[in-house]
Design a protein around this ligand. Structure first.
Ligand code: NAD
Ligand code: GLY
Length: 358
């Protein structure tokens, strides 16, 4: 089992990574002193893994809420449903909420825990690759609003993360590839040797080789843990984790969050960011070709030809990172070196969208 620490003073916590992590008794006991736990899961993941987790949590009193599956259900109404169960069963401040599922379940369980009695403990048991390398770490929780994705939320750090790599065996291929886009992101923003390693291990990762996946998850979590420890509330460096996301959110909202998976949109978004960085003279054509080659190696899309450039440009303006009316973008200075800036020529953005979108 691999162990990483997210260093946040009194709110520091471990990330356990490896096969069987959700049954690591000693670590569970250390992270969950509570006698009452509420497991939040969904209709897909619950039948696969809830019994295993509940067994590992014995002899605690363990209740379950099984939410419907899907991003459309990441709503305030479902938070109310979870809070109602906590109230109805008289859960006290020393109880613990456990998220068993992907990022949707994790964001909702964390938000419910942040709200209940002004904040109770919660633990993440992420079961998608995306959740294991990204959403379960760092304390961003919340739900969508008809006015926008993740508009309502709170920072609330988990007490521990148990990334059980055994759960990835049942993950659909497409979800695996979407998670790998977020893994590639870490190499691009800050770690060129990791990007090199990913290029050399694409086949092993796509074949779900446990050792390769464990290394990819560990390195991703190390990078994220370091960034979160230095900038928990996203005042600066943490925004680098949004490489590809401003473009990606524009793609997702143009298709009503129904066609592209989040990670797929981020993959294409990273391609657009690399393309634009070259037009600004910041990275070489060879680097951009390499980014394209690696994304394709992982089965990810590198163009947005199905959507008009004007729609993407318009949707980018509603990004959360707009400051003083200017869309701030995460761009590349090299493979493994990124920056967030509003200081770029608009012509470069226009040319990128014209070249890569429909
Ligand atoms: P998801 O939670 O919708 O999971 C994807 C699909 O895989 C779902 O159908 C789910 O039921 C299924 N699934 C999960 N685990 C499985 C398993 N082991 N076997 C079989 N099927 C399984 O999507 P996601 O990609 O995990 O997360 C996306 C969400 O995460 C979005 O809502 C996004 O906003 C959020 N997010 C949050 C953060 C953060 O920092 N909090 C970061 C990135 C993304
Ligand atoms: N997924 C971006 C962040 O956690 O900041």
């Amino acid at each position: 089992m691999q162990r990483i620490e997210v260093s946040l003073g009194t709110r520091s916590y471990p990330i356990l990574i490896g096969p069987g992590a959700m049954q690591a008794d000693e670590e569970l006991d250390r992270a969950i002193p509570a006698k009452d736990v509420l497991v939040i899961t969904n209709t897909t993941v619950g039948p696969l893994y809830a019994a295993k987790l509940v067994q590992a949590l014995a002899p605690r009193r363990c209740l379950e809420v099984v939410l419907p599956d899907g991003e459309v259900h990441k709503t305030f109404a479902n938070i109310s449903r979870v809070l109602d169960v906590l109230v109805a069963n008289r859960f006290a401040r020393d109880a613990c909420v456990i998220a068993l599922g992907g990022g949707v379940v994790g964001d909702m369980a964390g938000f419910a825990a942040a709200c209940y009695q002004r904040g109770i403990a919660f633990v993440q048991v992420p079961t998608t690759l995306l959740a294991q390398v990204d959403s379960s770490v760092g304390g961003k929780t919340g739900v969508n609003h008809p006015g926008g994705k993740n508009l309502i939320g709170a920072f609330h750090q988990p007490a521990a993360v148990f990334a059980d790599t055994d759960t990835l065996a049942t993950l659909p291929d497409r979800e695996l590839r979407a998670g790998l886009a977020e893994v590639i992101k870490y190499g691009l923003i800050i770690d060129r040797p990791f990007f090199d390693w990913l290029e050399g291990h694409a086949a092993a990762l796509l074949a779900r080789d446990t050792a390769a996946l464990t290394h990819a998850i560990k390195r991703s979590c190390e990078i994220k843990a370091g960034i979160v420890a230095r900038d928990e509330r996203e005042q600066g460096e943490r925004a680098l984790l949004n490489l590809g996301h401003t473009f990606g959110h524009a793609i997702e909202s143009a298709t009503n969050y129904s066609t592209w998976l989040h990670g797929e949109a981020v993959g294409a978004g990273m391609m657009l960011a690399a393309d634009m960085s070259q037009r600004l003279g910041w990275v070489s054509a060879a680097d951009v070709e390499r980014v394209e080659r690696v994304l394709k190696l992982f089965g990810l899309r590198t163009d947005v030809k199905t959507l008009p450039a004007a729609t993407i440009a318009e949707n980018m303006k509603i990004d959360k990172k707009v400051a003083a009316g200017r869309v701030r973008l995460v761009l590349l200075k090299a493979i493994g070196k990124s920056l967030i800036t509003g200081d770029y020529e608009d012509a470069a953005l226009r040319e990128t969208l014209r070249a890569r979108c429909g």
